[in-house]
Each structure stands twice: as structure tokens, then as C-alpha cells.
Design a protein around this ligand. Structure first.
Ligand code: PXP
Length: 259
């Protein structure tokens, strides 16, 4: 009897491709090229299950017009990454993306640092999440793999949390094995606990082929959101091949899921 898992019956997590850094390159010259919407369409034809774009307060990469064009022209769901501000809530309510991922945002940061403070900031995040939910937008909270944050997400009625994988990936890159293991254990525990509490589990930040494969072994992970590595890798092999490689890594991880 064949003891290897039956991949055809296994859930393969979705791949959301973050196109922010195509816009970073475009904005370096101030013109229209490379076009992040073209990259989004190419990503979808290469196997992305959705597109993520973060409209930052300072518009350092994605611009308002990009969001409008993405919504008008892509054939897969848009995950609109946004800070919890009145301006961003108003834009989400006007543009109606499929999903909104609420993230913390500091002007001085190079990328999203740390998860959203859904415990201390409950009073601010909850009403924003509720308004989005009432408008039919699927709300996801980008949080640290932390039990208190998970409980707050449940209390808020958020259907989805995205667990911040950045610290784990960074510890691996730096060669800090013990620290990486600690972050890994927290992620594993949070993914399991969150799923038991009824949350859909997504993961993102800093993932590459290797870490995406590892985290796809978690039975509860339903979606990975990946940007910087894929856009960087596409310099060497093209976006389609980078995405195909990532899908293959996710599939290999999912094939190792228990059960
Ligand atoms: N998920 C969230 C919530 C993020 O803020 C980011 C970074 O914009 C990502 C995923 C993607 O991270 P990376 O670009 O490191 O793959």
C-alpha cells in the first residue's frame, strides 16, 4: 500500500501575491512603468489566487488610481491592505475590495513592523472592522501569533487573521536558530488555537520558498500573502516562474500535512 499522503484530497493553501514593490520601482522614476496592474494580471495568469496591495498613508508605492484599476480589471480577489484610519476606511467603503487586511502603519517604517495592536487598540479597530464587515468586505487582522490578540480578533467577530511571520523569517535569515524555533512554536500554536476558535488562518511577511513550504505544513493555514521575495526573485527568473516556484513550494508543504 502506498503510504505517501494523497495530495489530490489535501487542501492547498491559496497564494496571494503582493504587488507593492512593482509600484516601488515605478515610483523611483515617477512615471507609469512598471505598471503594478500589469504585474497583477501576470501574477494571476501564473497561478496567484488573489492580489494584495497596500495603500499607505504616504502613497509610497501603491496609489489610489492603482486600487481603482485593480478592482476594475483583475479577475481574482483583491486583498486591500490598510491602516485603521478614517481615510482608509472611507476608501475601502467606496472601492469595495473583496477583503481588507487591517495593518499597523508608521511613516518611518520600511515595511509593516509588528502586528496590529488589537488588544490595546480594540476600541479603534473594532468599529472600523464592523463598518467594513457591514459593507460586505471580508476583514482580516494582521496580528502577532499571540493568544490575547487571537481572543480579541474572535471578540471582534473578524473572520480571518493573518499571522505575522516576519520575526520568524528574520531569525532564520540571521541564523538565530533558537530564536527562530521560538517564533516557529508561537506561530504553530497560534495557527492551531486560532483555527479552533473559528478563525481562518492566513500568514504573511518575509516568506520565501523555504519558509513558505514549512508554514504550508500547518493544517490550518489557508492563505499565504507574499510580495517582496517574489518581486525580487522575478528579476532573475521572471514573475511567472517565481510564482510557479512558490506554488510548488506551498504544494510540497501541504503534502506533508498530517491527516
Ligand atoms: N502581509 C502583510 C499584512 C504585509 O504588510 C506584507 C508586507 O506588505 C506582506 C504580507 C508581504 O510581506 P513581504 O513583502 O515581506 O512578502
Amino acid at each position: 500500500m502506498n503510504a505517501s499522503p494523497d495530495v489530490s484530497r489535501q487542501v492547498i493553501p491559496r497564494l496571494g501575491v503582493n504587488i507593492d514593490h512593482v509600484a516601488t520601482v515605478r515610483n523611483a522614476r515617477g512615471g507609469d512603468l512598471p505598471d503594478p496592474v500589469r504585474a497583477a494580471k501576470l501574477a494571476i495568469s501564473a497561478g496567484a489566487d488573489g492580489i494584495t496591495a497596500h495603500l499607505r498613508e504616504d502613497r509610497r508605492h501603491i496609489r489610489d488610481g492603482d486600487i481603482a484599476r485593480l478592482i476594475a480589471s483583475i479577475s481574482k480577489p483583491l486583498n486591500f491592505e490598510m491602516a485603521v484610519t478614517d481615510e482608509m476606511v472611507a476608501i475601502a467603503l467606496m472601492t469595495k475590495p473583496h477583503a481588507a487586511c487591517l495593518v499597523p502603519e508608521k511613516r518611518s517604517e520600511r515595511t509593516t513592523e509588528g502586528g496590529l495592536d488589537v488588544v490595546g487598540g480594540y476600541g479603534v479597530v473594532q468599529p472600523a472592522a464592523e463598518r467594513l464587515k457591514q459593507a460586505g468586505i471580508r476583514v482580516s487582522l494582521f496580528i502577532e501569533p499571540d493568544p490575547a490578540a487571537l481572543s480579541a480578533a474572535v471578540r471582534m467577530g473578524a473572520p480571518v487573521v493573518e499571522l505575522h511571520t516576519g520575526a520568524w523569517c528574520e531569525a532564520i535569515t540571521q541564523g538565530h536558530g533558537d530564536e527562530a524555533q521560538r517564533h516557529f512554536n508561537r506561530l504553530q500554536e497560534a495557527a492551531e488555537t486560532g483555527a479552533k476558535q473559528g478563525l481562518e488562518i492566513h500568514v504573511g511577511h518575509g516568506l520565501d520558498f523555504s519558509t513558505a513550504e514549512i508554514i504550508s505544513t500547518f493544517p490550518s493555514v489557508m492563505e499565504l500573502n507574499i510580495g517582496h521575495f517574489l518581486i525580487g526573485e522575478s528579476i532573475f527568473c521572471g514573475l511567472e516562474q517565481a510564482i510557479a516556484g512558490m506554488r510548488a513550494a506551498i504544494k510540497r508543504g501541504a503534502a506533508k500535512r498530517a491527516g
